[in-house]
Ligand binder design. Structure first.
Ligand code: ADP
Length: 834
């Protein structure tokens, strides 16, 4: 038999219980006096065995204000059980007050009578478990945030997809990102799970993740950085803890971040912020930093745990997306504007189309009704598509001949000249304008010459290709004919004016300028346009006033007409006749004068000569007539008693009659010349004999000596009497006008078939400027030379006689040395002379 084991005494029992691993204590009384507390409980309390026997609050004064003492009292009084999980308690362990979390039970232990004899207190320190779970929850929250982020990204991707196909690429990136996020999440989740198990694991997780994780305590003091932080910043964890990392934030982001951080910290709420951080690689990294406040089981703030995710890539994508979105928005706006424009254009096009249809109808109508000839020809095949009646009439064709037919079949007669022209218009697209084209058209079967103004107008499509040619024509035959007539008249007038040597001029009353023709300029010796005063300066001083007088009359009558003398540059006097018509403007004001000027000097001279001639002729006739009259009176008186004087008187009368006959004969000669009644009676005669005969009177008078030189025996064929008349006139003139010249030389020369007769005297001669006029009618070098009788007709008649013989007549003279008058007779062949 074994020795019976003695029952454990109380102390032994207590000692045994003291080794129970579960923290256990036994309390009695309302103040929960500690009757027993095992080592585990004492450890939780952070106290020694000295607490045994003390009331709970006395043993752990820090519990004052906490609910535990009261809970004990309630259990004691009411005999109940109070238990709790994860209940925070502030306990001073090793002099440090800290929050611990417990699962606990206060159980009332009753005796047989149901009276409460003790309160059994068991507790498990679950602080670590609790904190781990909380971290896990926070990580879960972070996950939620990430999920939200992802969903936002997806939304953005959807929007982007809608905006443009180019977003597909970005979408792929986004998917990649999402996948990365999922990966990240799973990593975080995994790591968090591990974390639950232990802080060491947490640390290991935190260090193994590329998410930057940091922890602060409730004072804000940094207490932990994971490896990712050191890698990013290039600072070891202890340096980060002591020095911080704010200085690495991009200056532009720093203020905002610190503000968000401080605000959140003050309110102990979560925050989320983005910022750029200078990495150890020298470049800025975009970080999404999230911070979550940490709370102890009792809700006490314990600081922050934060995570940073590098969102540089995402930011870049975001920026690109933003840029793209902006660009797309711009493009959209542009597209919208373009759309609006297109819509407007469409509307306009629709309107234009309507208008076009309308205008085409109007156009055809217009062609039909146009007062000009119009024909539209298709460029492609030269078929006439439209033609109006005006055109049919112009070309003299029927509608059937032209419409829907080839133009050059319809108007074949014009094809040769105009088909190439039309072809050129089609190929160049440049219109052709024909002015007064003369063409022969077969009009209604008859060839007619017409003058036509026309246009070949190319009609182009929108691309500028010539689709048809519109021919617009106008018959201007009447106009051209009328103009040609006028031109003819004008030409005739011009020729007449030129022939008459009439100058024309236009005087502008306002400007007082005179624009004259070439002849006008010639007459006045001015160059047009000239001021009227310049023209007036040319007037003879004695006639200068005549212009003003005539203009005064013109102002009243509208007609200008006067004659005046002008002085040429070499002081020569010229007579001019000016005539003109005044032209008025619409208000009746004198505007201009169109006038003519004629040099009438010659006319004036002829008039003068005529006047002189009349006075000379009267005088010439008067002398023999007076002689004759006196002789007849004397004869009349002595008819009863004739005296010895009678025969002399009769001879005197006969001489006077001869003189009168001579004068009358001369006048009659002139009349015959004028009337073309001079008939030559040519026959062969001996010139020398004839000279002898007609010069006998020279010898009779005895004042002059006639010296005959040259051919002394020469037969010529001519009108003997007329040639005699010429030679007599030359000799008589020499005697009359060279009375001092004793000798008169008559020379007969034959040169080839020509015979030349000249009469030379040694008289005073004739001024060179008068020489050309000697053979003019009534011309006398000294018209007032009454002392020398003569009508100024002898040389005129002589010239006529010689010219009728086909010969030439002339005079040569040097003043003071004498004169030579000569004539030639042609066709005096040698054979004929013998
Ligand atoms: P008239 O009857 O005056 O002589 P003429 O025709 O014979 O007419 O002559 C014309 C003028 O020519 C004359 O008036 C005279 O002035 C000039 N004349 C003619 N012959 C001579 C001459 N030999 N010497 C100078 N003057 C002459």
């Amino acid at each position: 038999m074994k020795d019976p084991v003695p029952p454990l005494n109380f102390e032994q029992l207590v000692d045994v219980f003291s080794f129970i691993s579960t923290a256990t204590a036994v309390h009695v009384g309302e103040d929960a006096r500690i009757e027993f507390a095992n080592q585990a409980m004492l450890t939780i309390w952070g106290r020694g065995p000295e607490v045994i026997g003390k009331g709970l609050e006395e043993a752990l004064p820090e519990l004052a204000g906490q609910p535990f003492v009261e809970m004990f009292a309630k259990v004691w009084r009411e005999g109940i059980i109070i238990s709790g999980k994860d209940t925070p308690a502030e306990i001073l362990v090793d002099g440090v007050l800290d929050t611990y979390y417990f699962d606990f039970e206060y159980r009332a232990i009753k005796d047989k009578n149901g009276r409460v004899i003790a309160v059994l207190h068991t507790a498990t320190d679950v602080t670590e478990r609790y904190l781990n779970r909380r971290e896990l929850e926070e990580a879960g929250q972070n996950k939620q945030l990430l999920i939200r982020e992802q969903s936002l990204n997806e939304q953005l991707a959807v929007v982007n997809e809608e905006l443009t196909a180019t977003n597909e690429e970005l979408h792929t990136s986004r998917e990649e990102l999402a996948r990365m996020n999922v990966e990240l999440e799973s990593i975080v989740e995994d790591r968090v799970k591990e974390l639950i198990e232990s802080e060491a694991r947490f640390r290991s997780m935190a260090d193994n993740t590329d998410v930057q994780i940091a922890v602060r305590d409730e004072t804000g003091q940094l207490i932990y950085f994971n490896k990712a932080w050191s890698q990013l910043s290039g600072r070891p964890a202890d340096q980060l803890i002591s020095k911080g990392w704010y200085d690495l934030i991009h200056p532009d982001d720093r203020q905002q971040f610190l503000h968000i951080h401080h605000e959140a910290f003050a309110q102990r709420v979560s925050y989320s912020a983005e910022m750029r951080l200078l990495g150890s690689d020298g470049s800025y990294h975009w970080l999404l930093k999230k911070g979550t406040p940490r709370f102890l089981a009792d809700g006490k703030f314990a600081g922050y745990i934060s995570s940073c995710v590098d969102i540089t890539q995402q930011k870049l994508i975001e920026q690109q997306l933003k840029k793209m979105n902006e660009e797309l928005a711009d493009s959209n706006e542009e597209l919208a504007a373009l759309n609006e424009e297109l819509a407007t254009t469409n509307e306009e096009l629709a309107e234009s189309n309507d208008e076009l249809l309308l205008s085409e109808a109007r156009f055809r109508n217009l062609i039909r009704q146009a007062p000009v000839a119009i024909c539209v020809i298709r460029a492609e095949d030269l078929t006439v598509t439209d033609v109006n009646d005006g055109y049919l009439e112009l070309v003299g064709k029927t509608r059937e001949q032209l419409e829907k037919r080839l133009i050059w079949e319809g108007v074949a007669e014009a094809a040769e000249v105009y088909a190439p022209v039309m072809q050129r218009v089609i190929s160049t697209g440049t219109a052709f304008h024909g002015r007064e084209h003369e063409l022969i058209l077969n009009r209604n079967g008859v060839d007619e010459t017409m003058f036509i103004d026309f246009v070949y107008e190319p009609v182009t499509d929108l691309k500028g290709k010539v689709t048809s040619i519109m021919v617009v024509g106008n018959d201007v035959t009447d106009k051209v004919t009328a103009r040609k007539q006028i031109e003819n008249i004008e030409e005739r007038n011009r020729l007449a004016i030129e022939a008459a040597e009439i100058g024309t001029y236009e005087l502008n009353y306002e400007s007082q300028y005179v624009i004259g023709s070439k002849r006008f300029n010639e007459i006045f010796g001015v160059s047009s346009p000239a001021l009227r005063s310049e023209v007036l300066a040319v007037f003879h001083p004695l006639d200068a006033h005549l212009s003003e007088q005539a203009h005064a009359v013109a102002r009243k009558t509208g007609k200008l007409s006067y004659e005046a003398r002008i002085l040429t540059a070499d002081e020569e006097v010229k007579w001019v006749r000016l005539q003109g018509n005044v032209h008025y403007d619409s208000e009746g004001k004198m505007k201009k004068l169109l006038g003519t000027v004629m040099d009438i000097t010659a006319l004036k001279q002829i008039q003068q000569q005529k006047d002189d001639f009349i006075s000379i002729a009267s005088h010439e006739l008067k002398t023999p007539l007076t002689g004759l009259k006196a002789s007849l009176q004397l004869l009349d008186r002595m008819k009863a008693n004739p005296t010895a004087l009678m025969p002399r008187l009769i001879e005197q009368s006969n001489k006077s009659m001869d003189k009168i006959s001579e004068l009358v004969e001369e006048l009659l000669n002139v009349t015959r010349i004028n009337e073309g009644k001079v008939i030559l009676n040519k026959k062969k005669f001996n010139l020398t004999d004839m000279v002898d005969e007609c010069c006998s009177h020279v010898l009779q008078l005895g004042t002059h000596e006639l010296v005959v030189e040259g051919e002394t025996d020469l037969d010529i064929t001519a009108d003997e009497n007329r040639i005699q008349q010429v030679i007599t006139n030359f000799i008589n003139n020499a005697m009359k006008y060279a009375p001092q010249s004793r000798q008169i030389f008559l020379k007969i020369v034959r040169a080839g078939n020509e015979v030349r007769v000249s009469v030379r005297d040694n008289g005073p001669g004739i001024p060179a400027d008068k020489l050309p006029h000697l053979f003019e009618r009534y011309y006398r070098v000294d018209p007032r030379g009454i002392q020398v009788s003569g009508l100024g007709l002898g040389l005129y008649i002589s010239a006529d006689i010689i010219e009728r013989h086909g010969g030439k007549i002339g005079a040569e003279s040097v003043e003071g040395e004498g004169s030579t008058f000569w004539f030639t007779l042609p066709n005096q062949e040698e054979s004929a002379l013998n």
